[in-house]
Design a protein around this ligand. Structure first.
Ligand code: WQD
Length: 323
């Protein structure tokens, strides 16, 4: 069974591709290369350069590669940008998904894995977020992911496609330096960037109702995110009636202050004390997954800790910023 991985040349996508190749699953990558890079793909993996909004192209790829499963990762993922350009986010993330699903139905695809996000929960008021915690996204990005989950579930049930929506918590790390996150919009790369310039890392608020006053998140190694996709792909291939919605997290909260301390230690930049600045609007105090459902449904749990994430991310950062 051949899988089409949309966004397979991106940061998360290329890790999913690597894990599926290691699992000996035949695949083809579709990527518009807006943020992806062909160099991230293992040798021999076919890459089709194009958009998920291009229906004739989708039909051709599904037919020519005899695709039976789709892992849909291609999307825009910056919260601030989604607030400024909601129409673009809904087109890329929802219309893009709708187009891929339409091609999937017409092309008789059997299995569909969708990249969702903890952003669907918004500001959850619970210690551990389960899949039953109410979804109240706080920005257009999160809204596109929640609408996407609804669409995936509805289309899967109506047309007999097995589905899984995977809600990623905070992704970090890399399988190798060349696969590191090229962006700098999340905590780990943003701290690297500041340290690299000899500046103090910024902490956005230390007056949250948490033990050290800084926000708590559930960071997951991107290789663990990838192995969860392999587990989901296998499950959908066996269980034609599956319609799963699962958190991918470690179930362990780590504060911004703790993260910054480990980043400084791993990178050897211990001289500059972090600088506490104003809260960033829209940041929830605590978002930590319950990882029970995915363990029960897929037998999956994370195998990398925070230190693995930061050490591997730092190696990637140094490769891209040799100065
Ligand atoms: C983590 C914590 C910041 C930078 C976002 C999206 C989410 C998902 C992942 C996916 C927060 C703090 C950050 C810095 C800081 N997107 N911080 N100093 O906001 O939890 O999640 O990315 O596709 O939908 O919302 O992640 O890495 O931006 O921030 O103090 O220099 O680090 O305030 O508390 P976030 P993040």
């Amino acid at each position: 069974m051949t899988w089409m991985i949309t966004g397979g040349a991106g940061y998360i996508g290329s890790h999913v591709v690597k894990a599926l190749v290691a699992d000996r699953q035949p695949l083809v990558v579709l990527d518009d290369l807006s943020t992806g890079d062909p160099e991230r793909l293992p040798a021999g993996v076919p890459l089709v350069h194009g958009s998920v909004l291009d229906r004739p192209l989708l039909d051709r790829v599904l037919r020519e590669h005899e695709v039976r499963g789709i892992v849909h990762i291609a999307a825009k993922k910056q919260v601030g940008e989604s607030v400024e350009r909601p129409l673009w986010y809904f087109r890329e993330n929802v219309e893009g998904l709708r187009t891929v699903l339409e091609a999937a139905v017409d092309g008789q695809v059997d299995s569909f894995v969708f990249s969702s996000s903890a952003a669907v929960y918004g500001m959850p008021d619970v210690d551990l977020v389960t899949e039953q915690t109410p979804c109240e996204p706080m920005n257009p990005y999160g809204e596109t992911k929640l609408a996407g989950e609804w669409l995936v579930g509805a289309v899967g049930r109506a047309h007999g496609i097995a589905t899984a929506s995977l809600r990623y918590f905070n992704v970090a790390g890399a399988a190798g330096p060349e696969l590191g996150d090229p962006g700098a919009t999340n905590l780990v790369p943003m701290v690297f960037e500041r340290l690299g310039r000899g500046q103090a890392p910024l902490v956005f608020g230390a007056d949250y109702p948490t033990p050290d006053g800084t926000c708590i998140r559930d960071y997951v190694h991107v290789e663990d995110i990838a192995s969860a996709h392999v587990a989901a792909a296998r499950r959908l291939a066996e269980d034609r009636d599956a319609h799963l919605v699962l958190n991918i997290g470690r179930g362990e909260g780590v504060s911004v202050a703790e993260m910054v301390a480990i980043i400084q230690e791993v990178s050897g930049h211990t001289g500059t004390a972090p600088e506490v600045v104003a809260r960033r609007p829209g940041d929830p105090a605590r978002v930590v997954a319950s990882a029970e459902a995915i363990s029960k449904e897929l037998g999956w749990s994370a195998s990398h800790d925070i230190r693995d994430m930061i050490t591997s991310a730092w190696a990637g950062w140094q490769l891209r910023h040799p100065q």
